[in-house]
Design a protein around this ligand. Sequence first.
Ligand code: KIV
Length: 270
Amino acid sequence: MSVSARKKAITPVDVRARKGAEPLVTLTAYTTPMARIVDRHADIILVGDSLGMVVHGLPSTLGVTLEMMILHGQAVRRGCQKALLVIDMPFGSYEESPEQAFRNAARIMTETGCGAVKLEGGVSMAETIAFLTRRGIPVMAHVGLLPQSVNVVGGYKVQGRGADAERVLADAKAVAEAGAFSVVLEKVSEPLGRRITGEITIPTIGIGASAACDGQVLVLDDMLGLFEDFKPSFVRRYAELGGTVDAAVAAYAEEVRARAFPAEEHVYPE
Ligand code: KIV
């Protein structure tokens, strides 16, 4: 893709400037054809490590590798003209040290051409976020429910209930102060989503965190009804493509069994 074709692409600075303004439309994508469709409508395309579950059938995001993220990132980049492309740093690729995070984030950026990376963690990741942003890597943070920490928190539970709200707020403040240009806020109540959005200076992009946030992100396969293993309670399905695909495959199977598919003379007329 030429430099001019990407001239009007949304940047992390544009996203940062949308604080309190028009909500940021964010969706995941993992392949070129889906990225082409999402790019027409979204401000941000996230190649989330959710791809481990919805594309590769893994039980959680923990088995996702840097190589998987780069491969899907390259595919999505080919379908992305206008939206800001953000790629998740997978589990184990950034937690050890700021230097490890920089090395792997730089690899993701140079090998995919994405505009930013996302990593999970609040106060504990603030130093790493500052280290990356000072060295030219825009970071989208992720606080609240952290799917990569599912084994420590004991499931995909609502975060910030009662006194725990202060912890999630402190996490959001820490990543904003460290230089993140936006933050994903996952699975917190509406009052907490509203409070955090009001108290920090960067856009909050909610997932199960209410319309009070500065934007929303959903997993594409969830909102299209393509991922049938598990349906998060906050996900609204805008289509039931799982059923549509099932019906199409069943119709095809029936035709083949009945030898009802087009005969060769019709496909290749003399
Ligand atoms: O991996 C992912 O898709 C994500 C979103 C759900 C925010 O992190």
